[in-house]
Write a protein that binds this ligand. Structure first.
Ligand code: SF4
Ligand SMILES: [Zn+2]
Length: 459
């Protein structure tokens, strides 16, 4: 579990200043009604209708084909609840723009002044002044904007093992950062104080602007962190200064600050740095394939193997996450999977067996699986931590299912929780304690005993 540490802002002043923007969710039916009326009007007035896909650019469809496609896409899929009339206004909106923390979003459709966001499977429909389910994207006069750009609220130079990634540049550090926002509402979220906040609740655009640079890193105050900017070029410069070979997009859900992540990753790639996406895997295919071109590794939370549990525990769906894993494999991105075992929710061993069998059959046996211990958090403080015995049983099931690399995380009492064994001769290859590599005996990515190639990115 990649728990946010390092610096983080809470910004109560900001909440007071802009408290009139109380969030209000509405049922999707009401918005569909508005949207349907808008669509009807658009059809009636003929030429007033237009649509375009913001990410694709090309507009090769005829008017009627385009209308049909947009109508079907807009009204056929489920939409998550959104924050009605909650976009920042007046002084706050202007301050956010002055800071450069507003950018036009990518991956959305327009229907008149209404918007259909196509970034994640939440499929938000936004009327003007609405804010998306993730809290980061707002419709201003028919244009979708992200409020999460260049304004990290949390950053730290972490061991890569903390993501967790055990088969990707082991023993190295990765510069990790986040801005708030998430498309899920997990009852057990361990980073809820970032993920379940709006960018305006974690950053303060007032006062002098300040960009984080290597020379300012050691003199920062808490107030500085509230207002500082960390644009893609700053992230890359800092990572180089710290000597870390990679950047991690992590702590909250980086998919919902896609533009910030993508632009940083693209620049980092040009400068020879690697990119790590720590995610719940809740993203549409088109932005995912685009992102896959600039990332090198991912840790994907597979939260359970049940649509019902995804719905009740996480307010999401399982199927898009499974699709995400398959696409990462197709696109050649190294990934590892984390499964948080939450007592009474996701600790059904039969379900865990089905999940492992799916991984072996659909992905293959070489993708590492990390079982992670739940600790009471957010709305599930009534539950106990996962017993170590359950995690050990889950690991045994995963091994029996055929997975080659299975780990247990967030535990101290299991001695071999973080050891990589050769799947062929069973030699102990990498020995870890917590997030630290104590011994690494791999030679050129191979077992020194039997010569078997060990899956991963080793240099
Ligand atoms: S990225 Fe945000 S606005 Fe877009 S569909 Fe997902 S939750 Fe909604
Ligand atoms: Zn071996």
């Amino acid at each position: 579990m990649d728990r946010a540490k390092g610096f983080r802002t809470t910004n109560e002043q900001q909440q007071e200043l802009f408290s009139e923007r109380a969030c209000r969710s509405v049922a999707r039916r009401r918005f569909l009604l508005y949207g349907a009326c808008a669509a009807g009007c658009a059809a009636a007035v003929g030429g007033s209708y237009w649509w375009r896909h913001r990410s694709g650019g090309a507009q090769s469809h005829s008017w009627t084909e385009s209308f049909k496609k947009a109508f079907i896409q807009t009204f056929s899929a489920d939409s998550a609840d959104v924050f009605k009339a909650d976009a920042p206004k007046g002084e706050l909106w202007e301050a956010w723009q002055r800071r450069g923390w507003v950018r036009e979003a990518r991956h959305y459709l327009k229907l008149g002044k209404n918007i259909h966001c196509k970034l994640c499977p939440n499929e938000c429909r936004l009327a003007p002044e609405d804010r998306g389910h993730c809290r980061n994207r707002v419709n201003k006069e028919g244009i979708l904007y992200t409020l999460a750009y260049g304004n990290a609220c949390s950053f730290n130079n972490d061991p890569v093992e903390k993501k967790p990634l055990y088969h990707f540049l082991p023993g190295t550090k990765t510069f990790s950062f986040a801005i708030s926002g998430c498309g899920f509402r997990c009852l057990n979220c361990q980073n809820w104080d970032i993920s379940q906040r709006k960018p305006e609740e974690s950053k303060d655009p007032r006062g002098e602007s300040l960009r984080l640079r290597p020379e300012t890193l050691r003199r920062l105050t808490a107030e500085d962190i509230d207002r500082l900017s960390l644009f893609p070029e700053d992230v890359v410069e800092l990572t180089e200064y710290l000597g870390s070979p990679s950047i991690s997009y992590t702590y909250s859900e980086p998919t919902v600050w896609y533009e910030y992540m993508y632009d940083t990753a693209q620049l980092a790639r040009q400068r020879g740095l690697k990119n790590i996406w720590v995610t719940c895997g809740y993203i549409q295919e088109k932005p995912l394939r685009e992102l896959a071109k600039v990332i090198d590794a991912a840790n994907v939370d597979l939260k359970s193997f049940s649509e019902e549990i995804y719905r009740t525990l996480n307010t999401g769906k399982l199927e898009p996450v499974l699709r995400c894993l398959k696409i990462l494999k197709e696109e050649g991105v190294w990934f590892e999977v984390t499964n948080l075992v939450v007592p009474t929710y996701t600790d059904d061993l039969q379900m865990i067996r089905r999940m492992c069998q799916w991984m072996v059959n659909e992905l293959g046996p070489d993708w590492p699986l990390h079982f992670s211990r739940f600790r009471p958090a957010h709305k599930l403080t009534n539950l106990p931590p996962t017993p170590a015995s359950v995690l050990i049983e889950a690991r045994q099931i995963a091994r029996e299912s055929g997975l080659h690399y299975v780990y247990i995380g967030n535990v101290h009492e299991v001695d071999d929780a973080g050891i990589t064994y050769c799947p062929q001769c069973k030699k102990e290859l990498i020995y870890r304690e917590g997030f630290f590599v104590i011994r690494n005996e791999l030679k050129g990515g191979k077992c020194p005993s039997c010569g078997r190639k060990i899956a991963g990115v080793w240099a």
